[in-house]
Design a protein around this ligand. Structure first.
Ligand code: FKS
Ligand code: ZN
Length: 343
């Protein structure tokens, strides 16, 4: 399987993540990609190429124009206004406040376009997000061109990003770009299967009212896990999209025996929906030793999960999302791909 990887990801490397009231080295760090690349090479998956230039029109079609302008200019405006640290949003338009009036002030604007304060924007964040999106776009092009599968080694990740908000380490929703491109490429119905530990709130939000893109997510229950405010089982879609969202939240300590049943449920629903192509939001933070998650999957379980996903028999774009047990991220990610390929 061809793998798309952009060196540009390195330009996004914040020094701080707000965690438990401290600024810590972000869990989502550049070395994650190195571990995946090394493991890919160890396992003989060496068809690793740089993506084409990002398709800006497709990104503009997915996202709010004010949001994209903010992402592109935020750092310069932040520096021009005299701030010296990284951009960390601190004020948000929450209950009973104005949610349709982006402020002029950059500190206010950051809060307006942000959904969680752990994620910093730095010089280079925009370029990295574009490079990540380009990986998803090129991988999708490979699949439209006839490949059975392709892997976009996206960093930064994307599934928490909505059309107009960043957070949870995400800026542009790569999986949503892939799903839209598959639709434009001729698939009548597409499914996004999100196996990252965290709920893909951004992807769900983007497709919530649509029936042409099915969204299924396996994740830590919102009562207990980020992003906390979406991902309940009773969120099933709205309007024409009623029934095209499937949330499978699970409790702390969930083992593979339970998780794999949820995976089979999601797979059956994707089949029933009549999807002709698949996007997998491939996070490996369901791993037992992940430092910020609470499921109990072991490394061989990821191979089995890849095998089950392959059972759908659909052309599949894998987009990298989370996974923070640094050494195991490479093993677990490549296990999914090998399981899919039948290795
Ligand atoms: C420690 C708590 C961090 C944010 C968790 C974000 C998870 C991101 C992810 C992605 F795939 F997007 F990378 N809370 N400060 O793993 O879902
Ligand atoms: Zn995650």
């Amino acid at each position: 399987m061809r793998i798309f990887h952009s060196e540009t990801h390195r330009r996004h490397f914040p020094q701080g993540e707000l965690n438990g009231g401290e600024l810590v080295t972000p869990f989502e760090r550049p070395s994650r990609v190195e571990y995946v690349l090394n493991r890919l090479k160890d396992r003989g998956l060496t068809d690793i190429v740089a993506p084409d230039a990002p398709d800006r029109a497709a990104i503009a079609a997915l996202c709010d124009p004010g949001y994209l302008e903010f992402l592109e200019t935020a750092w310069d405006q932040w520096v021009a206004e005299g701030f010296r640290g990284e951009i960390i949003a601190a004020s948000f338009p929450v209950r009973r406040m104005q949610t349709a009036r982006p402020p002029r002030n950059i500190d206010g604007k950051a809060g307006y376009y942000c959904l969680a304060a752990e994620t910093a924007i730095t010089n280079g964040t925009w370029e990295a997000a574009l490079g990540s999106a380009a990986c998803a776009q090129s991988a999708t092009r490979a699949v439209i061109g006839g490949a059975r599968g392709a892997f976009a080694l996206c960093r930064p990740p994307g599934h928490h990003a909505t059309a107009d908000m960043y957070g949870g380490y995400c800026f542009i929703n790569n999986a949503a770009l892939a799903a839209e491109a598959l639709r434009a490429g001729g698939a009548g119905r597409v499914a996004v299967l999100d196996i990252d530990f965290h709920h893909g709130n951004g992807t769900q939000d983007i497709f919530y009212a649509r029936d042409d893109v099915f969204f299924a997510s396996l994740h830590g229950a919102p009562e207990d896990a980020f992003p906390y405010f979406l991902g309940y089982a009773d969120e099933t879609g709205s309007g024409a999209g009623e029934g095209a969202t499937l949330n499978l939240p699970m409790a702390p300590g969930t083992p593979y025996a339970t998780w794999s049943q949820a995976l089979d449920t999601a797979i059956a629903a994707i089949r029933a929906h009549g999807a002709e192509a698949l996007v997998v939001s491939l996070g490996v933070d369901a791993y037992k030793d992940d430092p910020i998650s609470f499921f109990k999957l072991d490394s061989p379980d990821f191979t089995d999960a890849g095998r089950r996903i392959a059972g759908l028999g659909l052309p599949t774009v894998f987009c990298m999302e989370g996974g923070y047990a640094i050494e195991a991220v490479g093993i677990n990610t490549v296990n999914v791909l090998e399981g899919f390929e039948g290795a």
